[in-house]
Write a protein that binds this ligand. Structure first.
Ligand code: URA
Ligand code: CA
Length: 444
């Protein structure tokens, strides 16, 4: 079948065969299928959707478009976690070492931040010397020695996704559930994990603004994993406000260090999401029998300091200066020229936040990239001083800006005032954790 006929078939609501999907992915990667035809196909997919079979086959075709990491010589179940992208989401830096301290094997490949969301690799690189570009062999050595390592995806991992994502970004086809599911799962599966816990965000700072869509995306990714022999679970968590209080690279590392040092209260949203991610990693990793036991194991690794020790050792093995993995010493990494409190124009309740705007504000201060390859200032960012539902009396700040380059300072202050809605009423409060999706749930 000619590719134009396949586009027609999908646009008419038909189901593509496995062979057609393979032809599409390999043809696009090789350059035989031009961007304009692939754009039309992806728009047809965005409009008509894909069946679970089509989505599974697309994922496998994408996964097989490049290298597939073989971690089978590492002991135990290889665990990974993945977040669909958030603001102030520093969970990996806390959960990965905690799970390793509980005996898990955490071999994680992460991404960089783009746009309003942060990336684990950039956070790690804010610790002097730390390398995230490590060969697969060295990566495996570190995991074997310490139980945990976090590196960047190797260059040849899922080339189909790199090319498709770049095109989706400029053709309004990012927000398609099957395209997101196959993009994420192809990369997770190619990076060699046997068991994956996903954190699917919903709310103003997320790809999936509607909670039902987030559940559908979560179920689709769990189903793809199950169909291909992986154990996958997904949390659906809120991104209607930043998860942690810190937004910025070294600031988020500091928050993770504080969490591992037992300095963050158990009721804190970041703490709760970290523990829940860890709980499900321990269960699908067959390291705990039930949620209560798993939670107790994780909290014990905070109390006895072994989670923090794991992070310190991981940084040392990845070439970094591990003396910074200390709640006092890390203050040196967040030193900036000026700190500026943003005070709302009138007192009142925090009735809502736009997490995407807050992420963009941090990016404008230099914490993130406006485009690929832009330089990042690791020290700068935003410390939030309120959460949804809080009352801010006269003169109380929304946040503190941590600034080195004040080029966009006025715009950033205005953006933060716009991002946080102050009202006479507290407004609706949303749950932090919306639910857990497994192979046995049905959000199809
Ligand atoms: N993250 C990805 O890796 N891919 C998407 O399509 C969306 C979010
Ligand atoms: Ca993240």
């Amino acid at each position: 079948m000619r590719f134009v006929d396949m586009i027609e078939k999908k646009a008419d609501g038909g189901e593509l065969s496995g062979n057609e999907i393979l032809t599409m992915v390999s043809g696009f990667v090789s350059g035989e299928i031009p961007d304009y035809q692939m754009s039309a196909m992806m728009m047809a997919i965005r409009e008509k959707g894909m069946t679970p079979r089509e989505t599974g086959q697309l994922t496998l075709a994408m996964m097989n478009s490049g290298d597939v990491a073989d971690l089978s010589d590492l002991p135990g179940i290889k665990l990974d976690k993945h977040s669909t992208g958030g603001v102030g989401d520093t969970t990996t830096l806390a959960v990965a070492p905690l799970v390793a301290a509980c005996g898990g094997t955490v071999a994680k490949m992460s991404g960089r931040g783009l746009g309003h969301t942060g990336g684990t690799l950039d956070k790690l690189e804010s610790i002097p010397g730390t390398s995230v570009e490590i060969s697969l062999d060295r990566f495996k050595e570190i995991v074997r020695e310490n139980g945990v390592a976090v590196i960047g995806q190797t260059a040849d991992l899922v080339p189909a996704d790199k090319k498709m994502y770049a095109l989706r970004d400029v053709t309004a086809t990012v927000r398609s559930i099957p395209l997101i599911a196959s993009s994420i799962m192809s990369k997770k599966m190619a990076s060699g994990a046997d068991a994956i816990v996903l954190d699917v965000k919903t709310g103003s700072g997320a790809f999936m603004r509607e909670t039902e869509d987030a559940f559908r995306l979560a179920q689709m990714m769990v189903d793809i994993g199950t169909l291909t022999g992986r154990k996958v679970r997904a949390l659906v968590t809120d991104m209607d406000q930043p998860l942690g209080m810190a937004i910025g690279n070294a600031l988020e590392v500091r928050e993770a260090v504080q969490l591992l040092a037992g300095q963050i209260p158990e009721t804190d949203p970041l703490f709760r999401v970290c523990i829940l991610l860890g709980v499900h990693m321990l269960i699908i990793g067959e390291l705990a029998e039930n949620e209560e036991q798993a939670e107790e194991m994780l909290k014990e690794k905070i109390r006895d300091g072994s989670g923090l020790k794991k992070l310190k050792e991981m940084i040392r093995l990845q070439g970094g200066d591990d003396s910074y993995i200390d709640p006092v010493k890390i203050e040196e990494l967040v030193a900036v020229k000026q700190k500026i409190a943003v005070i709302p124009d009138h007192p009142g309740y925090v009735a809502g936040m736009n997490a995407e705007m807050i992420g963009t504000a941090a990016q404008m201060l230099g914490a993130g990239r406006a485009k690929k390859g832009d330089a990042i200032d690791p020290a700068v960012g935003i410390m939030m001083k309120c959460r949804n539902g809080d009352y801010l009396a006269k003169g109380k700040a929304i946040c503190t800006l941590h600034v080195n380059d004040d080029r966009y300072l006025n715009e950033v202050i205005e953006l933060m005032k716009k991002a946080v809605t102050i009202s006479d009423q507290p407004g609706e409060t949303r749950p932090m954790i919306h639910g857990v999706v497994t192979e046995n749930t049905n959000y199809r």
